[in-house]
Design a protein around this ligand. Structure first.
Ligand code: SF4
Length: 204
């Protein structure tokens, strides 16, 4: 049982982290129980499944270089709460080159929330985003220097691993956050339709 004062401080910190996500550019942010995040090995296997992702193996933050669902479950076990973020965007942008700017923003938002969580004393907090950081941040570079040369990441302050490589069920995470994905499934990709991208910070 957490003492009331500590409980109130925790609540205030989590509220502040949500506000930070929105301040940095998220459309919305939510607090969920980390234990409610569903992780499936078969989702992680999609990265190199029947259809192999063109970014598979290119960056330190994608499979097979990430530790995958097994490690995520261990981190999850040490985290009581998580901050989820979503950025809404018109479907027309989602399916254009403009999507990359939104994905970069998503990475920057979760990095900002992670930093703030660490400042608040949650020193083991970890952020996850989506998309390949090789494509988003290092497209001009031939290789990921972490994978190729064992050097530190060139964009440590901006880039985070993709949720996909850890088998995180993003649709379930969205629903748990109170953002039903059903509505977007009804979209037909018309100019007025909206889409979204999502990210996660395990607070620990
Ligand atoms: S160096 Fe570039 S490709 Fe490699 S992990 Fe960092 S951002 Fe990703």
């Amino acid at each position: 049982m957490i003492p009331e004062k500590e409980q109130n401080e925790l609540k205030a910190s989590l509220t502040h982290l949500k506000q930070e996500a929105i301040r940095l550019g998220a459309t919305d942010s939510a607090v969920i129980f980390s234990g409610d995040i569903r992780v499936d090995d078969y989702l992680a296997a999609f990265c190199n499944g029947e259809y192999t992702c063109p970014n598979y193996g290119l960056a330190a933050s994608c499979p097979p270089h990430v530790q995958g669902p097994e490690q995520f479950r261990k981190w999850q076990g040490k985290s009581r709460y998580s901050i989820t973020v979503k950025i809404e965007l018109p479907s027309s942008v989602m399916f254009s080159y403009g999507r990359e700017d939104v994905m970069r923003l998503l990475h920057q938002v979760v990095v900002g929330v992670e930093k703030k969580a660490i400042e608040f004393g949650f020193s083991q907090s970890q952020a996850f985003a989506g998309g390949s950081c090789k494509q988003l941040f290092c497209e001009e570079n031939k290789t990921c220097c972490v994978v190729a040369d064992r050097l530190p990441c060139r964009h440590m302050d901006e880039a985070r691993p993709s949720m996909s490589g850890f088998g995180i069920d993003v649709t379930q995470m969205m629903n748990t956050s109170g953002w039903p994905v059903v509505a977007t499934k009804q979209n037909k990709g018309g100019p007025e339709d909206s889409s979204w991208v999502a990210g996660l910070v395990l607070v620990a």
